[in-house]
Write a protein that binds this ligand. Structure first.
Ligand code: SF4
Length: 451
């Protein structure tokens, strides 16, 4: 009999101490991207990882001591020798088909190694009894990233198949320690209502952090998911302004952070990005390509000295504007059009964000490489610029999101230095790059101008 390829893969992962998540994820959230990824990226295949046999599970746990690693199932994304990308779903921890005893053994391994990795769940299959048992038995090791989405069951039933009600979620909210709770922003009223519930129920001795995201969609998502996404995008700024106004205090929430707006992240890291680009001494023959989300801030505040910045769009046809959804084909398409435009000074260098080619540190999600891009455009030098994962995975605080909504990018860019100079104190001066340099008894400090 032919060996089963997926079984061989499972054994290989187990031998390395990895326990790959079930894939495709059995939860089947309506807003999830993973099932339709192969339609967007033809060289990507979603791995079919079945529940493990008890023997495979035992083999995995026997390796835990040996590796002394954080024991959480993982979602490997790998480049195959065939050039195809195999994508394993970022599946729910409690949808892996593990028994309570097996869950206990995984968390027990973390207790032994003194680690407390977060396990992610939408709450499907995660009931109050399981939460209570694991949290009480492993108070320092059991940490949950609870994607609550909302306590509004009417909305939640439209997003998670066979969702019953949130009564267990409410009880779970009150017992978790240092929980990371994720909400989806459908509209201001709903998000504030959900924040009030978290605040009311939260464990005051170990307050949760709350992350808020909008529902992003592709053209493959249902009209309802697209509507949720568009409604949330429309009044996200109003949410930030309300929270910043101090009209409401959420005393039992440790911190509220945001995965939106995408432009706010580029704004927050603008100085880092300026520093990153400084060694390239950009000029008129340079072209900087970036995601749509990064474009305006890169163009108006980061890139100077005559270099051109242009956005590259992904092929998902929805609301995504991120570096991580771009692939080589998108650069080939958009760069081809840009280079065909007439110009007095031809482009010689093209800077591209290196994280696009993150799979096995070699390819994009569709198996394309930077060399594919170089071979397509031999007349220009393609330069990948690294953007650390910390930046791509960071979250905005209320203040950081608020700052972005309040900045006037064009006015900041055009601010004449002599106008600003009139507002400075005698111990302050303006640097060429737009910082206020302040001399005091404590030394020199720098502040950036915001308009
Ligand atoms: S739990 Fe996560 S991976 Fe699974 S379907 Fe929902 S969003 Fe997708």
């Amino acid at each position: 009999m032919e060996p089963d390829f997926e079984d061989l893969r499972s054994d290989a992962f187990a031998a390395s101490g990895y326990y790959p998540n079930r894939s495709p994820c059995p939860v089947g959230c309506k807003f999830c991207y993973e099932r339709s990824l192969p339609e967007f990226y033809p060289k990507l295949k979603v791995a079919r990882v079945r529940p493990r046999t008890p023997e495979q599970f035992d083999f995995y746990t026997s390796k835990l001591d040996e590796y002394r690693a954080s024991a959480i199932p993982i979602s490997p994304v790998v480049l195959e020798p065939t050039g195809m990308v195999t994508y394993t779903s970022n599946s729910d921890f409690f949808a892996q088909g593990l028994t309570l005893d097996q869950l206990d053994r995984i968390v027990e391994a973390n207790t032994k190694t003194g680690t407390s990795p977060y396990v992610s769940t939408m709450g499907k299959g995660f009931d109050f009894a399981t939460a209570k048992f694991l949290q009480e038995k492993h108070p320092d090791a059991f940490r949950v990233r609870l994607s609550l989405l909302t306590y509004n069951d009417e909305i939640k039933r439209t997003l998670i198949p066979k969702w019953e009600d949130s009564s267990d979620m409410r009880k779970i909210t009150s017992i978790l320690r240092d929980a990371n709770i994720y909400l989806l922003h459908f509209n201001v009223e709903q998000t504030l209502a959900d924040l009030r519930v978290v605040d009311e129920l939260a464990n005051p001795d170990s307050k949760p952090r709350v992350g808020v995201a909008v529902v992003h969609h592709t053209r493959k998502h249902s009209p309802q998911v697209q509507k949720y996404g568009n409604d949330g995008l429309a009044d996200f700024e109003a949410l930030i302004r309300h929270l910043m106004s101090g009209a409401e205090a959420f005393e039992n929430i440790n911190e509220i952070t945001f995965q939106h707006p995408a432009e706010g992240f580029t704004f927050r890291f603008r100085n880092f990005l300026r520093e990153t680009l400084a060694p390239y001494h950009l000029g008129e023959s340079d072209l900087v390509l970036c995601s749509k989300g990064a474009f305006t801030v890169m163009r108006d505040l980061v890139v100077r000295n005559g270099a051109t910045v242009r956005p590259v769009s992904d092929g998902l046809g929805g609301s995504t504007t991120f570096t991580t959804t771009l692939c080589t084909d998108d650069f080939v398409r958009d760069l081809g059009e840009i280079l065909a435009e007439p110009r007095d000074v031809p482009f010689r260098r093209v800077l591209v964000p290196a994280p696009v080619w993150w799979v096995s540190n070699q390819t994009c999600l569709n198996g394309g490489t930077i060399d594919d891009l170089r071979n397509t455009f031999p007349t220009v030098e393609i330069v990948p610029v690294d953007v650390p994962l910390d930046i791509l995975e960071s979250r905005l605080t209320v203040r950081e999101a608020y700052d972005y909504y309040n900045v006037d990018l064009a006015k900041t860019r055009d601010l004449p230095h002599d106008v600003v100079a009139q507002c400075l104190a005698p111990n302050e001066s303006l640097t060429e790059t737009g910082f206020v340099r302040r001399l005091s008894d404590d030394g020199v400090s720098y502040d950036e101008l915001l308009v």
